[in-house]
Design a protein around this ligand. Structure first.
Ligand SMILES: Nc1ncnc2c1ncn2[C@@H]1O[C@H](COP(=O)(O)OP(=O)(O)OP(=O)(O)O)[C@@H](O)[C@H]1O
Length: 391
């Protein structure tokens, strides 16, 4: 991938982002009594997505815009990759920090290509390099250059405009990307797709991304870390999503996290992360129904899980069904639901509600790997709470 400055090589899995530090940063707008942002100190780690989340007017946008100096801090210090942001010249700052905002903020009289080319143009790249970069960026965000290159923003859907906004922010390959409610103005499905795409992009690019939202679910989905802000950008809690969900720092954070924190936490964990029960009685198609009936009786169990020739779970057989059965391939009832090791614990919980109890888990090739039980999910939530309470 092309880079614009020697220090920020962004190939492969290398972290191309740089650390950002805010030290005692305050912003007092002229003519206001209270500062909009007061004495904020935080470190945003290189190559991570950090979400600023908090109620309307708490100072999220002001905090973010001080990083690229769209707003000048009244006092304090900001460094980007160790360089003092306040003494960087505008070109250097543009190279270092990309910026994407709600409703994309595209120039209406510029085509898609011209919009993406703005910062490279300001930085004086030659025409050919700019042209190549524009095409590369359009590919990156999933817009076919043949179709979209010469369109104007009004000829695009909201989601497409946001993609152009992201492409424009990334065009000069900055190590830092600031995103201010970039997906705030699109419908929930498009928003989910754009979030997925951002995560995919980030898994390739490893930028340092500072992302403002007031949607806590968006914060949980996207953030490596979340800063929950109160008035004047006071940091109420700054931690990983699972730590905040498990153990909100105070009632304000808990209120913001909202109802169902434990349920949200289940979307962060996968079935492979928890212990499965392997004591269920199983039998494969070829085995005799009578042998299975005896096994169940000996073990005082009522149900057996029937597996096909490739060890994939297919049916449940009750001990009563086995007496008259001629083959395990047709006995009992088909499985209602199952989950894989990759499924989230939330998927598993949903499947348990459908099944009315434990659910079979399958491995890579669909083979039976064990059972996940409601007790395990409950114990996991409890364990996470305790772990985070201790730390
Ligand atoms: N140019 C300005 N002059 C005076 N006050 C301002 C100015 N810009 C913002 N403010 C005030 O500073 C505070 C923080 O505003 P900011 O836009 O940073 O909040 P926010 O958390 O991003 O809000 P939202 O989520 O509603 O966008 C608000 O009380 C706002 O009214």
């Amino acid at each position: 991938m092309e880079t614009t400055s020697g220090v920020e090589e962004g190939a492969g899995n290398a972290v191309s982002g740089v650390e950002i530090q805010l030290e005692h940063v305050t912003k007092r707008y002229p003519g206001t009594r209270q500062p909009a942002v007061e004495d904020v100190t935080m470190t945003i780690p290189a190559g991570k997505i950090v979400i600023l989340v908090g109620p309307s007017g708490c100072g999220k946008t002001t905090t973010m815009r001080m990083i690229n100096r769209l707003i000048e801090p009244t006092s304090g210090r900001i460094t980007i990759g160790g360089e003092d942001a306040l003494s960087l010249n505008p070109d250097r700052l543009r190279r270092k920090v990309g910026y994407a905002i709600q409703q994309a903020g595209l120039f209406p009289h510029f085509t898609v290509a011209q919009n993406i080319a703005v910062v490279p143009g300001l930085l004086g790249w030659d025409k050919k390099k700019v042209g190549n970069r524009v095409e590369e960026m359009m590919d990156l965000v999933g817009l076919d250059p043949k179709q979209f290159h010469d369109r104007y923003p009004r000829q695009l859907s909201g989601g497409q405009q946001q993609r152009v906004g992201v492409a424009r922010a990334l065009a000069a390959d900055p190590p830092v990307l600031l995103m201010d409610e970039p997906f705030g103005a699109v419908d929930p499905i498009t928003r989910g797709n754009l979030q997925d795409e951002l995560l995919r992009l980030q898994s390739e690019l490893h930028k340092t991304i500072v992302f403002v939202t007031h949607d806590f679910d968006e914060a949980v989905k996207l953030g490596d870390k979340i800063a929950v802000l109160g008035d004047q950008s006071k940091i109420l809690q700054y931690d990983t999503p699972d730590a905040i969900l498990a153990n909100p720092a105070d009632d304000t954070v808990a209120g913001f996290v909202g109802a169902g924190a434990s349920l949200k936490q289940l979307t962060l964990l996968r079935v492979r992360d928890v212990e499965l029960r392997t004591d269920a009685v199983t039998a494969t198609y070829g085995e005799s129904p009578e042998d299975l009936r005896q096994k169940l009786t000996e073990q005082r169990k009522t149900y057996a899980l029937i597996l096909d020739e490739r060890k994939r779970p297919v049916r449940w057989a009750h001990v009563r069904d086995l007496r008259a059965a001629t083959s395990l391939a047709t006995v009992g009832r088909p499985l209602g639901d199952l989950v894989s090791l990759q499924s989230t614990l939330q998927d598993a919980l949903e499947a348990m509600l459908v099944e009315g109890g434990g659910v079979p888990v399958t491995g890579q090739r669909g083979e039976y790997a064990g059972m996940i039980e409601l007790d395990t999910v409950m114990a996991t939530i409890q364990r996470l709470r305790e772990e985070h309470a201790e730390s």
